[in-house]
Ligand binder design. Structure first.
Ligand code: NAD
Ligand code: MG
Length: 297
């Protein structure tokens, strides 16, 4: 494959649909995906932007969180990763990649819908890393439902707990540990701005994340801490084959974007690095779209 950073037509840089149907139970494994996502394992090159930083990333075993974890480690950070126990196989790969860069990796398996786990994971990360400079709230739950009648209270509850309550619990617990120069990054979605009919509960949480991050940014700058959100469009991650889309839609995933293909996780990692690093010193309360051309206005 051509080097990722060689000048080239971005529309042809990565696989285009059609993709094979590949149902997986939630939360899904990147290791089982076809084609394999590019999280930057071979292709991300660091340049010391996060030397000595201590980062905590939720949902970092696969997808966008994994790409951020690999990029942060290559940029010189130690990284604690949170994931569900069912994702141990993907998480082991991420730990090995971080350690291969000579950085410390801290594995924190557990379920973020549990308040007690959210609060203790922050203390564990701080203890193992020796502090905390970067918090990435990225774990997310997405289950497609065609009609409002199909969104059960249990569905609604798990989406709210995973995408919003956990974000609040973990952030609330982390703030006392953060010093001036620290950065909080939340993963929202293009769904906050242009919600799909089949993602009622999910889109609602993503709009909530945008509002929460903007409100928190106003508080945190008083402490010299920046807060931003990233709004991805269609990215080729385990979230999609494991219930985020119907299998029918998955075969055409990303086709409607201006690129005619989904983004690969590594293509959004540089935005997390920018927002985490001192390069982003004047950036707070913003939402960064990486939507594949759809925009977030
Ligand atoms: P992903 O499945 O690879 O990552 C999501 C992660 O969330 C999982 O790996 C899992 O570890 C974690 N998670 C889910 N429920 C959890 C729970 N109860 N406890 C602990 N961890 C839990 O998929 P992704 O697409 O990389 O998702 C990352 C973020 O990006 C999510 O917030 C998602 O909503 C957002 N996003 C994704 C897309 C896309 O097209 N892939 C688009 C917009 C936004
Ligand atoms: Mg995963």
């Amino acid at each position: 494959m051509t080097d990722r950073l060689t000048m080239q037509d971005p529309r042809d840089q990565y696989p285009r649909p059609p993709f094979p149907k590949q149902p997986q139970p939630a939360p899904g494994l990147a290791a089982e995906m076809d084609p394999k996502p590019d999280h930057g394992e071979e292709s991300y090159r660091g340049s010391g932007k996060l030397t000595g930083r201590k980062a905590l990333i939720t949902g970092a075993d696969s997808g966008i969180g994994r790409a951020a974890a690999i990029a942060f480690a290559r940029e010189g950070a130690d990284v604690a990763i949170v994931y569900l126990p069912a994702e141990e196989r993907d998480a082991k790969d991420v730990v090995a990649l971080i350690e291969a860069d000579g950085r410390k990796a801290v594995a924190l398996p557990g379920d973020v819908t549990d308040e007690g786990f959210c609060r203790s994971l922050v203390a564990d990360a701080v203890a193992h890393l020796g502090g905390l400079d970067i918090l990435v709230i990225n774990a997310g739950h997405q289950q497609t439902r065609e009609d409002i009648s199909q969104v059960s209270s249990a569905d609604f509850d798990v989406t709210m707990k995973t995408n919003l309550y956990a974000l609040h619990w973990i952030t609330q617990e982390a703030v006392p540990h953060l010093k001036p120069g620290a950065s909080i990054i939340m993963t929202a979605s293009v769904q906050a701005y242009d919600p799909s009919a089949s993602l009622l509960d999910y889109a609602t949480t993503k709009a909530g994340i945008v509002a929460y991050s903007k409100a928190l940014a106003k508080q945190m700058i008083e402490k010299g801490i920046r807060v931003n959100a990233v709004a991805p469009g269609p990215f080729w991650t385990a979230l999609q084959p494991s219930g985020g889309q119907t299998q029918e839609k998955l075969t055409k995933f990303g086709e409607a974007s201006a690129f005619g293909r989904p983004g690969q996780p590594v293509e959004i990692a540089p935005v997390y690095v920018l927002l985490a690093s001192q390069e982003g010193s004047y950036i707070t309360g913003e939402v960064y779209g990486v939507t594949g051309g759809a925009g977030i206005a």
